[in-house]
Design a protein around this ligand. Structure first.
Ligand SMILES: [Zn+2]
Length: 311
């Protein structure tokens, strides 16, 4: 579904609510608290853009429960004042933006009142893109570590949290996947540990000459290129795919998001990984909406709880 399809199919609040209800309750409406199927509809005036918090509200008729709920209860959409049409368009825009899209752009495209609202919206969508499980990587797998943000300056002895280290694995090939994560320290233990944890026994690992990868050969088939000696490619031994991926991610961060704070970094990484891993899926929009129904609410205060420096 491209942007035009989404715009066409989800033009009205009602179309969005119907879609979410279908997705959440394919076999009929059920109370999310007790599972009871006997519910009554609470009539409320819907569709006023500013007050559509609970487009379609239901009440559980089980005496001991009597919970009021809607299709968005307990999901990432929970308690949002934004019209669902804007949520849906935001998903389509983020899913489509190869280098990411800033909250400022979202705000403008969707006609959202405040920057804060657009920013919060984007982080909740990102949250639903986090990978919760995934099979082991196999085949030829490139692994590379890097630092995110600014130029590394040893003399300034920047604290580690100012300059987060990340590691990424990428499976080569058309349908190859990527998986990136933060590292507390870049060491032999963390790098080899990551490879052991995320690749299967027959994976062939490609890295650069970093000392942390020296012992990979003991646990996996391993080849490396020596960038220091200006060796970038030796036959099929190279780390170009993961390096290209980092460069896309870094350009995206610089170009689309200013003031990314360290504590939100992993959510941006999840967004980029998700988009890359679903690059061939024409139903990425639908898949994302489905995930959003399965992600529990995230409060604004959770996102802004403690201050930490920007990258
Ligand atoms: Zn109930």
């Amino acid at each position: 579904m491209n942007l035009i399809d989404v715009n066409e199919k989800f033009k009205t609040e009602e179309s969005c609510w119907n879609y979410l209800e279908q997705m959440r309750w394919p076999d009929g409406i059920r109370c999310g608290t007790c599972g009871n199927a006997e519910v009554s509809t609470i009539n409320r005036k819907v569709s006023k853009e500013t007050d559509n918090k609970r487009g379609k509200l239901y009440q559980c008729l089980e005496d001991s429960c009597q919970q009021q709920f809607s299709a968005t209860s307990g999901t990432i959409f929970h308690d949002s004042h934004l019209p669902l049409t804007k949520w849906f368009m935001a998903v389509a825009l983020i899913a489509d933006a190869k280098k990411g899209i800033s909250a400022k752009q979202l705000q403008r495209h969707l006609g959202i009142g405040s920057y804060k609202t657009a920013w919060y919206l984007a982080h909740r969508i990102r949250k639903s893109m986090e990978e919760t499980e995934g099979s082991l990587f196999t085949g030829t797998v490139e692994v590379d570590e890097t630092y995110i943000g600014g130029k590394f300056d040893k003399r300034r002895k920047r604290a580690r949290y100012e300059k987060p280290a990340v590691v990424g694995l990428i499976e080569r090939g058309d349908s190859g996947r990527v998986r990136t994560m933060r590292l507390n320290t870049v060491s032999k233990a963390t790098l080899v540990g990551t490879i052991l944890k995320h690749t299967d026994e027959i994976a062939h690992i490609m890295t650069d000459e970093h000392a942390g990868y020296k012992s990979v050969g003991k646990v996996r088939k391993h080849d490396s290129v020596n960038h220091i000696k200006e060796e970038w490619v030796r036959g099929n031994v190279h780390t170009n795919s993961i390096e290209n991926y980092w460069s896309l991610f870094k350009r995206g961060l610089i170009g689309s998001f200013h003031q990314v704070s360290v504590k939100h970094l992993e959510r941006y990484m999840a967004e980029f990984d998700y988009r890359f891993n679903n690059r061939k899926d024409v139903d990425i929009f639908i898949k994302t909406i489905a995930r959003m129904c399965n992600v529990t609410p995230m409060q604004y205060s959770q996102l802004t709880a403690d201050r930490d420096p920007a990258l």
